[in-house]
Design a protein around this ligand. Structure first.
Ligand SMILES: NC(=O)c1ccc[n+]([C@@H]2O[C@H](COP(=O)([O-])OP(=O)(O)OC[C@H]3O[C@@H](n4cnc5c(N)ncnc54)[C@H](O)[C@@H]3O)[C@@H](O)[C@H]2O)c1
Length: 409
């Protein structure tokens, strides 16, 4: 399907960013909100993104005007009558998203694709409830969308194959890297980040290391920023909400650590409130230390910190994702590279390629040890796929074959 015009519903932070990305690709886009103030804010935000390109000499003032002219801001659905691809970015509530899709179905062409930018909600449920399951799909952008290359394409159970293909093509036309992910809570990147961030917080909570020590170790390992810097950036309220949702779907393996809930209850939401795991500006991290001391005084087992404690559970989750056919092995690694910027020994590498470097037997032994530790337990239980790989002698680079093939051996 050729896409002549796109639509975005919800002109908050994500909606504005997505509209900028679409206009930048040269496609007209109509943006709708229910709040005129949000539309004005979105317009300013998009203009600022373009203005910074002008300031850097990457674009002329005339080109800025041309791009802005491609965007129509509106409070009604009239201009959606000829929109072929519509993305909703309204707040994360199923009833709201379903209502938007139902309203759109009254005005949009029958062939239009309805995409949701949801971070977690079920696409299958959304499509079913809105009554257009075969033409509904997930298109999950990462924040800030005008910078981040990765988009997750999430077909629901009943999404038509041509809709999947058109969505991948549309994402490519926006100069993004689309990865098709079978529907599961957290999709791909957030599901893999959850155990990694969780172990960082457990290690902190158990007094194994400070937030700064853990952040420094992970940056040295090859992450673009440490886990606590990332948590403060993403928002602890958002992470706690996502953590509870993941735990409700996957069970205790994803149970968020107490420290996260405590900091949220104190209103420490991260950078946006001037305080999270770290203090910003006037604020310090003294209150965090007090809460940690309180938790540790209850006599919880003292944990250990190592980069492997954070990375091996991420590898294990990636093995589970491969085992469940959520995504292919190359796609898992590519998504993590594009979505997080992770590297290993100076090379862009995703978790399964990193496992091949360590040796799958080493990863398995590490997980089995942490499974038995007093501070560890069930959340370290190795994936069956990882065990089978080791039993088959697919140990990684050293045997020429692990999660990937290594032909030069
Ligand atoms: N913020 C992120 O980092 C991020 C990243 C990926 C995905 N998402 C997802 O994107 C979606 C939007 O997130 P956000 O952070 O931009 O939210 P936001 O609260 O900043 O914006 C939501 C916008 O939707 C508008 N809105 C509410 N009801 C509406 C309706 N019926 N019709 C039209 N507009 C309506 C609101 O006025 C607001 O402008 C959520 O599903 C979120 O989970 C967010």
């Amino acid at each position: 399907m050729y896409i002549f015009k796109a639509g975005v519903v919800g002109a908050g932070f994500m909606g504005a960013e997505i509209a900028q990305v679409i206009s930048f690709s040269g496609l007209p886009v109509v943006v709708k909100d229910i709040d005129p103030a949000m539309l004005r804010k979105a317009e300013d935000h998009i203009r600022q993104i373009y203005q910074s390109r002008v300031d850097k000499g990457k674009m002329t003032a005339g080109e800025l005007r041309d791009k802005m002219d491609l965007i129509e801001f509106t409070l009604d659905y009239d201009s959606f009558a000829d929109a072929d691809f519509i993305i909703e970015a309204v707040p994360e509530r199923m009833d709201l998203k379903v209502r938007v899709f139902q309203e759109l179905a009254q005005v949009a062409p029958e062939t239009a694709i309805f995409a949701s930018n949801t971070s977690a909600l079920s696409i299958s449920e959304m499509g079913y409830k809105a009554g257009r399951p075969e033409r509904t799909i997930g298109l999950h952008f990462f924040s800030p969308a005008h910078v981040m290359k990765l988009v997750e394409v999430i077909p629901g159970l009943d999404t038509a194959q041509d809709v999947i293909d058109d969505t991948v093509q549309f994402a490519e036309s926006l100069r993004k890297i689309p990865v098709v992910v079978k529907e599961c809570p957290g999709f791909l990147v957030n599901r893999l980040l959850a155990p990694y961030l969780g172990e960082a917080m457990f290690a902190l909570q158990e007094g194994a290391a400070t937030a700064t020590e853990i952040d420094e170790a992970m940056v040295e390992f090859g992450m673009p920023m440490g886990p606590f810097t990332l948590l403060d950036f993403m928002g602890l309220d958002v992470s706690a909400h996502a953590g509870e949702y993941m735990a409700s779907e996957y069970g205790p393996r994803f149970q968020p650590p107490e420290i996260l809930k405590r900091l949220v209850a104190m209103g420490r939401y991260g950078e946006k409130t001037g305080a999270g795991f770290y203090g910003y500006g006037e604020q310090t991290d003294e209150p965090v230390k007090q809460v940690l001391a309180e938790i540790q005084a209850r006599g919880i087992p003292r944990g250990e910190f190592s980069v492997e404690r954070l990375i091996f559970p991420m590898i294990n989750e990636a093995a589970l994702i491969a085992q469940e056919n959520i995504a292919s092995i190359p796609d898992i690694d590519m998504a993590m590279i594009a979505g997080t910027g992770m590297t290993y020994h100076g090379e862009r590498m995703g978790p399964l390629a990193i496992a091949d470097e360590y040796g799958l037997d080493v990863v398995l032994a590490g997980l089995e040890r942490m499974l038995r530790e007093p501070w560890g337990g069930e959340r370290f239980r190795p994936a069956q796929f990882l065990k089978t790989k080791v039993r088959a002698g697919h140990l990684g680079k050293k045997t020429g074959r692990g999660f990937h093939e290594h032909l030069n051996l």
